[in-house]
Ligand binder design. Structure first.
Ligand SMILES: *Cc1c(COP(=O)(O)O)cnc(C)c1O
Length: 364
C-alpha cells in the first residue's frame, strides 16, 4: 500500500458527469403478487402451440455463437408481416428505447436539441439528458390535442435536430390528427421520429409519411404486442439516415433467442393482431364501465391503456395496490396530468379485478 495520494482513489462525485450524479434512478414498481396493469404489456400468453415451438427453437439455438449481425431473417419477417414501404430500410433496436438512444447519439453535436411535446413518453427527455443534449418541449392543449402553432414556434425558435412525436401518445392515449402531424413534419428543421408504439390499438399509421418525406422516420416496438420480454423495436426510414445511425448500433444488439422467437412469432402475426383487437374491445368495455363510476373521468384512448382523472389520485393508487391491483400514478408527471392515473387494459378477468378494486377504493 502506498501513502495516500490527494484525490486518489476517485469517487463517483469526483469522477462522474454532474448531470449523471444529479439523475434520479428510473423506478420500476415491484409487481410481485399484484395484477400488473402498470406497463402496457399484453396480458395474454403465447398463442396456442407456439410456446412449445419456441421452446424447441430455443433448445436448438446456437447460443455459443454471436447472433446474426444484420438479423436478415427477422427483418424479412417484419416486412412480410407489416406494410413497410419498399423504399425504406429497417433498423432494429434492443427495444425502441435503444433506438431513441442511437438517434440521440447520432445528433449529439455541441448545442444540439431534442424536442417533443409534453406530457409524453419520459424516455425522450431521459435519453436527451443521458446523451448531453438539450431537451425542449411544447405543452399539449388541456384536451391533449396538438397546439400546432405552438409546436411550429418551438421548432422555429429551438431548431431541434430531432423531434419525437408519439402517436397514439403515452400517457394520454390519444392519437394526433393526421393534418397536424403532417404540418409538423414539414415544419421540422431536422428529423421527425413518429413513435408508433401503440399502432396495433388504433387505426392510423404514418409509415407512408416515412416513404414520402425524407426527414420522417417511424419507430415501432413489439413490446405492446406480446413481446415485451424479448426487447425488440425497429425504425423505418430512408437508407441515407438509417445507414448512418446503424454505425452507432452495437453489432450484436438483437440476441440469438430474440431473433429466433420474434421471427417465428411474426410468421403468426395474425394471432398477435387478433389479441390486440380483443384488447381494443376490452378497452371500450372497460372505459364504459369506468365512466359509470362516480368521480372518474376517462379519456378516449387509441392505445392499450386508459388515462383516468380522479379527485385523489395518490389515495386511489394506494387503495388499488392494497386491493391487489398495480396501475401507474402519473399525476405528478406534468401539470396537464393533475389527478391522472394510467391503467393498462388487461384480460377480462383482470379488468373485472380493476373495476372491483376501484369501486371499493372509491367507497372507502
Ligand atoms: C413503451 C413505449 C416505448 C418503448 O418500447 P420498448 O420497445 O419496450 O423500448 C416507446 N415509446 C412509447 C411511446 C412507449 O409507450
Amino acid at each position: 500500500m502506498s501513502a495516500a495520494r490527494p484525490g486518489w482513489p476517485a469517487t463517483p462525485q469526483s469522477l462522474l458527469r454532474e448531470d449523471v450524479l444529479a439523475l434520479a434512478p428510473y423506478h420500476v414498481a415491484d409487481a410481485t403478487g399484484l395484477v400488473k396493469l402498470d406497463a402496457m404489456e399484453n396480458p395474454y400468453p403465447l398463442p396456442g402451440d407456439l410456446a412449445a415451438e419456441i421452446g424447441a427453437l430455443a433448445a436448438g439455438a446456437a447460443i455459443n455463437r454471436y447472433p446474426a449481425p444484420d438479423a436478415r431473417a427477422l427483418k424479412a419477417a417484419i416486412r412480410a408481416a407489416l406494410a413497410v414501404p419498399a423504399n425504406c430500410d429497417i433498423l432494429l433496436g434492443n427495444g425502441s428505447d435503444e433506438i431513441i438512444q442511437l438517434l440521440a447519439l447520432a445528433v449529439a453535436r455541441p448545442g444540439a436539441a431534442i424536442a417533443s411535446i409534453d406530457p409524453t413518453f419520459v424516455m425522450f427527455r431521459m435519453i436527451a439528458t443521458f446523451t448531453g443534449l438539450r431537451y425542449v418541449s411544447c405543452p399539449l392543449r388541456a384536451d391533449f390535442t396538438l397546439d400546432v402553432e405552438a409546436v411550429e414556434a418551438m421548432l422555429e425558435r429551438e431548431r431541434p435536430a430531432l423531434m419525437f412525436l408519439a402517436t397514439p401518445n403515452n400517457p394520454t392515449g390519444n392519437a394526433f390528427a393526421r393534418a397536424d402531424v403532417e404540418r409538423i413534419a414539414r415544419a421540422a428543421p431536422g428529423l421527425l421520429v413518429i413513435d408508433e408504439a401503440y399502432y396495433a390499438f388504433g387505426d392510423a399509421s404514418f409509415l407512408d409519411l416515412a416513404a414520402a418525406l425524407p426527414n420522417v422516420l417511424v419507430m415501432r416496438t413489439f413490446s405492446k404486442l406480446g413481446m415485451a420480454g424479448l426487447r425488440l423495436g425497429f425504425l423505418v426510414g430512408a437508407a441515407q439516415w438509417l445507414g448512418q445511425i446503424d454505425k452507432l448500433r452495437l453489432p450484436y444488439n438483437i440476441n440469438v433467442l430474440t431473433q429466433l422467437a420474434a421471427t417465428r412469432l411474426l410468421e403468426r402475426y395474425a394471432d398477435l393482431a387478433a389479441q390486440a383487437s380483443t384488447l381494443r374491445g376490452e378497452r371500450e368495455r372497460l372505459a364504459a364501465a369506468l365512466r359509470a363510476l362516480p368521480e372518474v373521468e376517462v379519456f378516449d384512448s387509441e392505445a392499450n391503456f386508459l388515462l383516468l382523472r380522479v379527485a385523489r389520485p395518490a389515495e386511489l393508487f394506494d387503495g388499488l395496490r392494497q386491493r391487489g391491483v398495480l396501475i401507474k400514478n402519473v399525476s405528478g408527471a406534468h401539470r396537464l396530468l393533475a389527478g391522472c392515473l394510467r391503467a393498462t387494459v388487461g384480460t377480462p378477468g383482470e379488468n373485472v379485478r380493476l373495476l372491483a378494486a376501484l369501486q371499493a377504493a372509491l367507497a372507502a
